[in-house]
Design a protein. Structure first.
Length: 285
């Protein structure tokens, strides 16, 4: 696997993904009962924006750095920016927190995170990052296999009735990735049907995603919500024109909670042809 997220940390796709992720975690925290999070493709957890990889692409400049220049934002976006700022000195943006770090910092004492990363160097960095956090278990293994092995989750005598599975693969071979996701999530829903599943996907040419959407809508979830941000027209298969998340079994009224973020992101991060989409592929009831 050649993908390294360090080249893309803090870009428009991370912004959308992490706004949705933190909103899902906040919804889980509205109840006192513990929850479990499985991050199937966790990366290294923290990325330095001055690193050569980040400076080579400059993607954070058009993502998180541009967003931080906005004057007034909805609370769901402010929540995300506060989480990013908490990992940096006051008034500076040096490091960008990846999904596992954002999750860990949102956990309570009773909650747990399992973070999976297959690439050895990234997994080693992730283990070092969480070496002193007993709530976080890092697994140097394939995330899809971890879904089969770890669900339904339990720790000792504790069984977790609630939780979130974040599936954020590199999509190096997209034609292979989508069937793998559908197959794995179908089995995961059989093992842990009450959990929420968030699946990130890239948008290059959006029409090619239609078979994936149809199959996702047919999965045995109660409901399936789609949230997308395209920063430019999806007319080129050679670049990342946008991204989206499929959220299976989202919290009640979750669409209304994240809706204010999308027009703001389009305005702040978009170019000509930018667009957003928020709709139910299948609604409960």
């Amino acid at each position: 696997m050649n993908y390294r997220h360090a080249f893309h940390a803090g870009n428009h796709a991370d912004v959308l993904k992490h706004i949705v992720l933190l909103a899902l975690l906040d919804a889980l925290k509205r109840k006192d009962a513990p929850f479990f999070v499985l991050d199937t493709h966790a990366g290294r957890g923290r990325y330095l924006l001055a690193a050569p990889e980040s400076r080579k692409t400059g993607e954070a400049d058009a993502g998180i750095l541009r967003l931080m220049g906005e004057a007034k934002m909805p609370e769901v976006v402010e929540r995300y920016l506060r989480a990013v700022e908490a990992n940096n000195p006051v008034g500076a943006l040096i490091a960008y927190p990846g999904s596992p770090l954002l999750v860990a910092q949102a956990l309570r004492e009773q909650d747990r995170l399992a973070a999976c990363e297959l690439q050895p160097e990234e997994a080693a960095a992730l283990k070092e990052l969480f070496a002193h956090d007993p709530r976080v278990a890092v697994h140097a293994r394939d995330g899809y296999a971890a879904i089969k092995a770890m669900l339904p989750p339990k720790q000792g005598a504790t069984k977790f009735a609630r939780g979130l599975v974040l599936i954020d693969p590199p999509y190096e071979v997209q034609d292979d990735e989508y069937p793998q996701i559908i197959s794995t999530v179908r089995e995961a829903l059989e093992r842990w049907p009450q959990a929420t599943y968030a699946i990130w996907y890239p948008i290059k040419q959006r029409r090619t995603l239609q078979p994936f959407f149809r199959k996702a809508a047919a999965l045995p979830a109660k409901s399936v919500l789609l949230a997308e941000l395209q920063i430019r027209a999806d007319d080129s298969p050679l670049r990342l024109n946008g991204s989206g998340l499929l959220v299976l079994n989202p919290p009640w009224q979750f669409d209304k909670h994240i809706a204010p973020a999308l027009p703001l992101l389009k305005k702040a991060l978009g170019e000509a042809g930018a667009a957003t989409r928020l709709e139910w592929l299948r609604a409960e009831g």
